[in-house]
Design a protein around this ligand. Sequence first.
Ligand code: ACO
Length: 380
Amino acid sequence: MADAYIVGAYELPYRKAPDKSVAQMHGEAALGALADAGLTLADVDGYFCAGDATGLGPVSMADYLNLRLRHLDSTEIGGSSYVAHVAHAAEAIRAGKCDVALITLAGRPRQGQKGGLPFPGPEGAWEIPFRPVTANVYAMAAQRHMHEFGTTSEQLAWIKVAASEHAQHNPHAMLPRPVTVEEVLASPIIASPLHMLDCCVVSDGGGALVVARPEIAHGLSRPRVAVKGAGESYKGQNGGAIDITWSAGRMSGATAFAEAGITPADIKYASIYDSFTITVLITLEDLGFCARGRGGAFVADGNLISGVGALPFNTDGGGLCNNHPANRGGMTKVIEAVRQLRSEAHPAVQVPSCDLALVHGTGGFLASRHGSATLILERE
Ligand SMILES: CC(=O)SCCNC(=O)CCNC(=O)[C@H](O)C(C)(C)COP(=O)(O)OP(=O)(O)OC[C@H]1O[C@@H](n2cnc3c(N)ncnc32)[C@H](O)[C@@H]1OP(=O)(O)O
């Protein structure tokens, strides 16, 4: 028996929220995930959220939600935060610090800043004037990967093509239309070599998860999703003296696979953070799904499309086509993995006999300065 199970998951259905507050959206997500689990706010004694929450983060949100808590956690590692939160919730339950952990995300980036990150780090004064910061940094990783390994724009485009093939079956996806490699290459350059269609969407929205102690999970009616392995890591720029063709996923992935006692070949479905197409390609190499430098060949020709290729990924359309709320896409990555493991993904993209899934989150600037979190989830 596992130490903890994901028993509830919910994604807000909307992608534009001009008339809602962020706190209200956290609340809607919380109620949705608890209803999915068959629990209520009164059952929650552990609460997790990151920097997208308003006010004093989990303190303000716990007050807004009228929670009675024994444990709270505000781990902030950007896009990987909500992948890490699932592992932290399982650890807190194992340590006896809480029984039912609620994790919520919500944000409205479409209503304010677009096309970049509101993360004014110490380097911000030198970088933000030359916007868009985020795409530029990911473009440098793509350019270097092309130089080192011969990766092509066509190969990167296949990642968007795969995401869009999946998104056409998601009625809530922001970009539900399938696109071709040619369309990706014909879209405007945002930061060379990345085109507009190499980028994730900017969306309002959010989601929530509920993680529970086994004794509670076994009393609920939903399929149980166990946390089988988890890893977290960080890679910095070391004054610029770094190789930007690999990410901290190399470390967090190795830790998660070792804890789970499995290899990449065992994974039936992967939710991979997809802020840009290059994020997916480098992450797949770092997690060991293919050899270093071979990511381009691995993703080409539909290898990431469910029912077509060897590794179905982001079957909700991912951040590239569905939803990338509050620049913290880790939450939606976990939610789609839960759908797959429960056999509740859209029938057109459901992976048959999906018992083992991987979720990976990237927070910050891939390959230069970022946090990373990997989860391996198993259907009991
Ligand atoms: C750790 C991390 O998470 S790092 C990632 C952080 N997030 C980002 O950096 C966001 C990256 N994406 C972007 O910056 C934006 O989506 C951009 C720059 C690519 C496009 O932004 P804008 O030019 O403002 O696009 P806008 O939202 O106005 O939409 C214009 C059109 O382009 C389309 N579009 C917008 N973004 C995308 C996209 N990523 N892919 C495909 N089409 C897009 C829209 O659907 C719209 O089409 P329509 O005119 O037919 O309705």
